[in-house]
Design a protein around this ligand. Structure first.
Ligand code: FMN
Length: 166
């Protein structure tokens, strides 16, 4: 199975979880590509980031592989920013085409959890509009990104679903 993990991470929580997942997939002898999405001009102020996210801006992003059709499973991950997901992932999703019948999964990392369900639904809706089959979707506390047991427990269902699907 070929897996793509597409993510944006500002302070590292989301990235750490993506790397954990990459290692888990590699333990199963899957091929994994980590696709990190970064804006060409990254905003670093909290209020600037909130403003950009809240107004659903789509900043220009650097080169990232957008041909996801070659993967069997594509996973999308981002922090929650201002009750939605990060603008860089929004830009990436805009660039990729339809993923008809392709398997996807998504997760968001959050702080207090405010707006995280809304953010996750929004991401799921975009994936649905691309006609993908969403296997797994979850909000996770960003502060637990270094906790292996937490990650094992929370991603366990993803691997159960994949095992049953194969
Ligand atoms: C600009 C900004 C806005 C945020 N907005 C929210 C929010 O609306 N709800 C929430 O639960 N957490 C919010 N957070 C917390 C992050 O989602 C959380 O710390 C996340 O794990 C950071 O991921 P990262 O380390 O991959 O960048 C926000 C953080 C930042 C920097």
């Amino acid at each position: 199975m070929k897996v793509a993990i597409v993510f944006y991470s500002f302070s590292g929580n989301t990235k750490r979880m993506c790397v954990f997942l990459k290692n888990k997939f590699e333990d199963r002898k899957n091929t994994v590509e980590l696709i990190e999405v970064k804006p060409v001009k990254e905003i670093i102020s909290f209020f600037g980031q909130c403003r950009q996210a809240f107004s659903k801006k789509e900043p220009e992003i650097g080169n990232a592989d957008i041909d996801l059709k070659k993967y069997d499973l594509s996973i999308f991950a981002s922090p929650v920013w201002a009750f939605t997901f990060a603008p860089a992932l929004r830009s990436y999703l805009k660039k990729i085409g339809d993923l008809e019948n392709k398997k996807t999964a998504c997760f968001l990392t959050c702080g207090s959890g405010a707006g995280s369900n809304k953010a996750l639904s929004e991401l799921e809706n975009i994936l649905r509009e691309k006609h993908t089959h969403i296997l797994f979707s979850k909000n996770l506390a960003g502060r637990k990104s270094k906790n292996k047991n937490f990650l094992e427990d929370n991603f366990n269902t993803l691997f159960e679903i994949i095992n049953n699907d194969e």
